[in-house]
Design a protein around this ligand. Structure first.
Ligand SMILES: [Zn+2]
Length: 267
């Protein structure tokens, strides 16, 4: 990251016929030139796909000015004067743009979780990127052509994690991923039990397990879509589902697909 000597603000020109405007944004400015490869380029910034794409340098500045208003770069006078914390996005939105063409549920849930800075932001190597930044936590959610990417950190441990949902997902899956990052969203799944969603990992959740909502777990049990299905019986499954819905137990899905159950703590 020491290659970065400052930042530059880009205000893309509106192009007639564009369904949605690209948001004003800031990208790194590299006084010494955009490099062929950028070691350590973070995944939350897209893919560093060569010089003069994700970054701006004196050589590509005139070309960039043909399609955008670009202010004079803000330069660090000395590396120690940099005000950019290491975990803050390098390419970031300035303000927001309308979420034309973005699913309203998605917009609502992310807004509730505090991802209030949102807009069409060009990130190299990713197509059609709509980005939500959390202005306080400096975490990011990216919607692009092949799904939704989360660059979050666990609220309690601070540990960063990166996860994604494919192109088809429901609000419930979205809330679960956000809950893993400690984000609470306003609307609760009517089937969920208090303490089972919205407050981060369940204290009794086994390491590596993903917390399931009662509805999800019941679905897996009734359809037998898990490796331990052969060991169940109708009566046993019915008892499990009953216990899930009343919150006496919570279910987690382990990385190998098996279900585990722990006693629910309902606070
Ligand atoms: Zn350049």
């Amino acid at each position: 990251m020491d290659l970065i000597s400052g930042f530059v603000r880009i205000r893309p020109h509106a192009r007639p016929g564009d369904p949605a405007p690209v948001a004003d944004h800031v990208v790194p400015f590299l006084r010494g030139g955009c490099p062929e490869v950028f070691p350590g380029w973070p995944a939350s910034e897209g893919v560093y796909d060569g010089p003069h794409s994700a970054t701006v340098c004196p050589a590509c500045l005139p070309q960039r000015r043909l399609t955008a208003d670009i202010e004079e770069p803000y330069l660090y006078t000395h590396p120690h004067t940099r005000t950019h914390a290491p975990y803050e996005p390098l390419t970031y939105l300035v303000g927001s743009t309308p979420a034309h063409g973005v699913d309203l549920d998605l917009v609502t849930v992310l807004d509730e979780a505090g991802f209030t800075r949102a807009g069409w932001l060009p990130l190299p190597g990713l197509e059609d990127t709509y980005v939500w930044d959390h202005p306080v936590d400096h975490t990011r959610v990216i919607l692009h052509a092949t799904g939704l990417e989360f660059h979050l950190h666990h609220r309690h441990t601070g540990q960063r994690f990166h996860t994604r949902l494919g192109p088809r997902f429901g609000p419930m899956q979205l809330r679960e991923v956000l809950a893993e990052g400690g984000y609470q969203t306003g609307e609760k799944d009517p089937d969920s039990t208090p303490g089972a969603t919205g407050t981060g990992p369940h204290p009794a959740l086994p390491a590596g397990g993903r917390l399931l909502t009662p509805t999800e777990a019941a679905h897996l049990i009734t359809t037998g879509d898990h490796p331990g299905a052969a060991q169940g019986s109708l009566a046993f499954n019915a008892a499990l589902i009953e216990a899930l819905h009343t919150g006496r137990i919570v279910a987690a899905c382990m990385p190998d697909g098996t279900l585990t159950f722990t006693h629910g703590h309902l606070g």
